[in-house]
Design a protein around this ligand. Sequence first.
Ligand SMILES: [Zn+2]
Length: 169
Amino acid sequence: MNPYEDIRIGLGTDSHRIEAGGPMILGGISIDYPAHFVGHSDADVLLHAITDAILSAAGLPDIGELFPNDREENRGRDSGEMLSLAVESFRRTGWRLSQIDCVVELEKPKISPWKDSIQRRISEILQIPSERVRVKGKTGEGVGEVGTGKLGKAICIALACRNLALDDN
Ligand SMILES: [Zn+2]
């Protein structure tokens, strides 16, 4: 590894309850499925985990501090817009996003038919190539809050890098 390159990781997780009535907003796209995540914003569990991961990698305040869920302006808010703002803050720190890797824990629907669209949409928001964005789906095997369809969860790890030699200039 280049001795002048500094790297950081950030971890983000999120969970939202699921209730009847579609569509389901996940990974910045609208999925035609008769259930949705419940939350103050549009409750996009995957984008929230990604937002926290990249903010954490750059040592920035977390999503709850940046976008409090008791503020009216954040009600029903587009999580893609919140992630875009987080990306701007991230870039201002001098860090560059190298890669993100995510897991979505969701009993239904299985996300495979939408995976490519989700990865593409996230790569647009993050302004990195889509091959640097990985999203995998897992079910709860019919057990627990995820398995019984009551809850959806997401986990994301972000890798950030920065060139120390450039920072010294
Ligand atoms: Zn959330």
